[in-house]
Design a protein around this ligand. Structure first.
Ligand code: NZQ
Ligand code: ZN
Length: 386
């Protein structure tokens, strides 16, 4: 097992009716900026629960944070926060709202210039340099509620970048599975697939005898497979939603990736596909991952065989077993109506391959746990997505 440090300061408050505990976890004199998205929280009663729990506090609101949160929108929230002398940011929504709120919390006190520097990594935000952040999660998918990552889009330049900092971990996150009951089926599907792929990216590399990390990862994958259909059903099933929510949080709260190699190439490629073609985050991953894993089967072979054995009960070794395991993964995604080819979205794989190869070449990007996925390899992988 590799050496590692693990840091995760986020308090999780999980279960039915937990939004009412909001007040207990913020200092009494905090001036709060509530950040939210396009209005789902106003329709499903979550907003009312939050306002009622914050009763008596000085509270301001910033709504309209879009899926794949846009930098220009977040600048407006930062301006508001500075003007109102906010000292606590509360995100209420999905990963986009939480990621956006992380930049708002870091951007309000940032005196150095353009907060875009934070997104590009030019300005590193040290612990204590951002305002404290709390979240009320309404969409299980990203684990942003329990990690220090924030993914910001800039539509003006068709860019999408992730930044991270210990300062960006939420102080607390409230996870009430009943808040997910109003999610459209497509968003539940996206959440299942995003979480599943987070796990695979921290698992399908090469073995370093991280026994617990492997079992934990396999446990999350098996749980997602087990609850997926039930989680998609209407009327919503509490236990299925609770298991999905906690699985998604554990998929990327950074624990399973400690002490083992990770490969977030699929995410790096997916972010570009979202920026260029507007695919939803999970869609952009599902059209890449199965092809990337097959393309890299020489280096990832041992873990892919283990995946087939332990997650799907396909025994044996060799390429046939790897192929069968990956076919099962694709069948699982398709069974919850998630397409796995660029052509399913009307995107020409050859054109996408050329565009991404050009972008990654310009930036000198090399991906994968061995940094051996070149821009030309990315192009080859995308051409398989048909
Ligand atoms: O904006 P509102 O009106 O709230 O509607 C949202 C949005 O349209 C809706 N929604 C959320 N909760 C709802 C609901 N609708 C009904 N009932 C509810 N309870 O769902 C839509 C999608 O929301 P969004 O937040 O965009 O989805 P998700 O949580 O999948 O977040 C995606 C973003 O997270 C980034 C992605 O790149 C993307 O920008 N990621 C962040 C990561 C992180 N911080 O660690 C890791 C991930 O890999 C990912 O990259
Ligand atoms: Zn993701």
């Amino acid at each position: 097992m590799n050496n590692f440090e693990f840091f995760n300061p986020t308090r999780i408050i999980f279960g039915r009716g937990t939004i009412q505990k909001l007040n207990e976890h913020m200092s009494q004199d905090a001036i709060v900026l509530i950040c939210y998205g396009g209005g789902s929280i106003k329709k499903n009663g979550v907003y009312d629960q939050v306002i009622s729990a914050l009763n008596g506090r000085e509270v301001y609101e910033f709504g309209g944070i879009e899926p794949n949160p846009d930098y220009d929108t977040l600048l407006k929230a930062i301006d508001l926060g500075r003007h109102k002398q906010i000292d606590f940011v509360l995100a209420v929504g999905g990963g986009s709202v939480i990621d956006g709120a992380k930049l708002v919390a870091a951007g309000i006190p940032y005196k150095g210039g353009d907060p875009w520097d934070i997104v590009t990594g030019e300005k590193e935000v040290a612990l204590g340099e951002a305002l404290p952040l709390g979240t009320v999660l309404t969409l299980p998918a990203t684990a942003s509620e329990m990690n220090g990552t924030s993914v910001i889009s800039r539509r003006a330049t068709a860019e999408k970048f992730a930044w991270e900092s210990e300062a960006a971990y939420p102080a607390f996150s409230i996870l009430d599975p009943t808040t997910t009951y109003t999610l459209p089926e497509k968003q539940v599907r996206n959440g299942i697939v995003d979480a599943y792929i987070h796990v695979v990216e921290q698992y399908a590399t090469y073995p370093v005898d991280g026994k617990l990390q492997d079992r934990y990862a396999e446990g999350i994958l098996l749980t997602l497979q087990e609850v997926a259909q039930k989680a998609l059903e209407t009327p919503p099933d509490y236990d299925a939603r609770a298991n999905l929510m906690w699985s998604a949080t554990n998929a990327l709260n950074r624990l399973i990736g400690k002490g083992v190699p990770t490969d977030f190439a699929t995410h790096m490629i997916g972010h570009e596909l979202t920026a260029l073609y507007g695919l939803a985050h999970a869609e952009s991953l599902a059209v890449v991952l199965p092809h990337l894993l097959w393309y890299k089967r020489d280096k990832k072979g041992e873990k892919l065989v283990q995946y087939a054995n332990r997650v799907w009960g396909i025994f044996g070794t060799g390429e046939d077993v790897i192929r069968e395991g990956l076919d099962k993964m694709v069948a699982f995604f398709n069974s919850i109506k998630m397409p796995t080819r660029l052509t399913d979205f009307g995107i020409d794989p050859v054109e996408a391959a050329e565009k991404l190869q050009e972008r990654f070449t310009e930036r000198g990007t090399r991906l994968g746990e061995h940094k051996d996925i070149s821009p030309a390899d990315v192009a080859s992988i995308l051409k398989m997505s048909c």
